[in-house]
Design a protein around this ligand. Structure first.
Ligand code: ADP
Ligand code: MG
Length: 240
């Protein structure tokens, strides 16, 4: 579903992604972990072309990333992204947040878009909030709306970049539960997170990054019980 081949990216002198090779199969859930500054967010951002790459190739479902225009808008719909900051449209209701893209990018008719939106808001447990504005919701509710908004586009893959890092502790689980359900339903997912419980229970594979490189790839069991690299051992000793 997602293939990165020898991807390199610099920010000035900083070589932020170094020869990244990564294949994510349909229905697979890959958790990306690693120290702050190791390139995890940049990796996510290159996959939906919020960042360009200097060399190498990225394909989604066999097709190279389009450079611009309508094709790029469609790619962003195919690759749903959920950020640490919820990024909802503040002056639109919850329902409008989840219908807008469907009408603009997917050309859905308004009634169908609303039907889809209400079903998704129910699915993530915020159906009763449909007519409120984002600021009237808790952080956990806003993040679930952000997930519903991405899902409304009918994505082929979902990217999550530390989706629970900005949440109060008591709201983390309600968001992780929605993500676990999505994983069980077969969504292809790339998840950057420090939630090791989620990685253990939902990931098919853990990718450990450090200094712009993929240092280690393993099943969660292998990774957490028997990390091979010193970098991973050191990282785990600090967070577990
Ligand atoms: P992570 O998500 O693993 O914490 P990032 O991908 O955000 O790492 O950042 C990797 C490195 O690239 C960091 O050193 C960061 O400061 C740098 N960086 C990220 N975005 C930019 C940018 N737009 N311009 C310059 N440097 C950046
Ligand atoms: Mg980051």
């Amino acid at each position: 579903m997602v293939v990165l081949n020898s991807v390199n990216k610099h920010f000035g002198a900083l070589h932020v992604l170094q020869d990244i090779d990564l294949t994510i199969h349909r229905g697979e859930v890959v958790v990306v972990i690693g120290p702050s500054g190791s390139g995890k967010s940049t990796l996510c951002r290159t996959i939906n072309r919020l960042e360009t790459v200097d060399s190498g190739s990225i394909t989604i479902d066999g097709k190279p990333l389009p450079a611009e225009g309508k094709e790029l808008a469609r790619l962003r719909a195919d690759v749903g992204m959920v950020f640490q900051s919820f990024n909802l449209f503040a002056h639109k209701t919850v329902l409008e947040n989840v219908t807008l893209g469907q009408v603009k990018v997917r050309k859905a008719d308004a009634r169908k878009a609303e039907e889809t939106a209400r079903a998704l808001l129910d699915r993530v447990g915020v159906g009763a909030q449909a007519d409120k504005y984002p600021a009237q919701l808790s952080g956990g509710q806003q993040q679930r709306v952000a997930i519903a908004r991405a899902l409304a586009m009918g994505p082929k893959v979902m990217l999550f970049d530390e989706p629970t890092s900005a949440l109060d502790p008591e709201m983390i689980n309600e968001v992780l539960e929605v993500m676990k359900q999505l994983a069980e339903d077969g969504m292809t997912m790339i998840v950057v997170t420090h939630e090791m419980g989620f990685a253990r229970s939902a990931a098919n594979r853990v990718v450990f990054m450090a200094d712009g490189r993929i240092v280690e790839e393993a099943t969660p069991d292998q990774f957490f019980s028997n990390p091979r690299s010193d970098r991973a051992k050191d990282f785990l000793s600090k967070i577990l």
